[in-house]
Ligand binder design. Sequence first.
Ligand SMILES: Cc1ncc(COP(=O)(O)O)c(C=O)c1O
Length: 458
Amino acid sequence: MANFAHLVSLALEGSIRNRPTVAETTGGFRFLFCNSMSCDRLALEPAKRANRDLADPLTGIVRGHRRRANGFVAPDRSNSAVYNCIRSSTSATGGTTVRQEERQSEPALRVAAAQAEFDAGVTYLNTASLGLPPRRSLVALQQALNDWREGHANPSDYDRPVAAARTSYAGLVGVDPSAVAVGSQVSVFAGLVAAALPDPSEVLTVQGEFTSLVFPFLAQVGRGVRVREVPLENLADAVTARTVLVAVSAVQSADGRLVDLDALVEACAATRTRILLDTTQAVGWLPICAGRFAYTTGGGYKWLLAPRGTCFFTVQPDLMDELVPNNAGWYAGDKPWASIYGGPLRLARDARRFDVSPAWQSWVAQDPALSLLTEVGRDTLHAHALGLANRFRAAVDLPEGDSAIVSLDPGPDIDQWLDRAGIVASVRAGRIRLAFHINNTKDDADRAAEALAGQVRP
Ligand SMILES: Cc1ncc(COP(=O)(O)O)c(C=O)c1O
């Protein structure tokens, strides 16, 4: 196996060249040093500080804990970023490649192939509310519905799409599938984290955060959990030694603003504060390295193009034992089909112990949708969505932005203007919200700009 110094030098090289670097080892393992957005720093910073044998070469898991005065076990995060964005593509657990795109066709061809699978009869800019399914998801779902109707559906048949979706999702966010749990709602996973907080605890969040990430913590105030809400731009500065957890969405649902994740991670590292990152409005267009955060959770029915009923949760492996699997049912069992009756407790050893039994048909459609997103590749998804959002912004005289969601102050009668132009968007917090995703084209951006020019303000 290549020695660690060699891998570190490749990570540095990748960052300098501003492109991902793949290192192949003699053992047949392939490591990826990704550097899109904040991933750059992830690969580089820990590499600078690296001493020997930081991470398990296969899972990338860094061992080591320090105990905090309050009894909350704080993992040694000094090198944690090493495993966040280094991942074996030949994982023993059968994980898919993080960046399949590197061995695939040109980005434009991949985008065109993906777009051929969508069929909206309108200019659909509403993925932030509800994503559209690609054709392959409809085909799979239709088949599953027919099988069900004709009496051929078997509950255990649904295990395959759930497992495949878990693996694809793990690839998209750069962690091992063993760190991913599945469920149906964000609020359920937020509740899991909330229930594990020591009391008293301070939870920091942002003003106007999506409720599913706030209510689970507010519901705990009776036992000494305090929720502090601050403006998004002050989040990193508001972290103090008393802050046990920051619960925040990577991309704000109301207006698409992005959290400065690098600043937040840095602030939290200094105070040993954990982060629960809601990725619902991010993963699918914004590259996120889930392993950077204690916990992440994201619903599948928007940017992951699934029907309602799929959700993912990631947890850093060394934090797993601190979470009580409050929602454990038969599907959280080590071998679910062998543990459907009675005790003793025999939970999965990995993050599957946090699984909530799946809404079957939703997963049938989620799996192919994730395969489409994986085929396009997360850098291409990002460039495409942001490119369209900025094309629209330029056409309506707005400065360039960093989000695939554009939020605007609507003039009067905006609904009529949208209707007349055949544009589907949403209004949130009194502002019009346009979301650009892989199903959208330059024509969509241009049509929206033409319809809205003069009707909206920043
Ligand atoms: C940021 C964010 N988190 C979570 C959700 C959905 O939460 P839940 O799965 O609990 O319904 C949404 C839906 O709009 C969202 O925008």
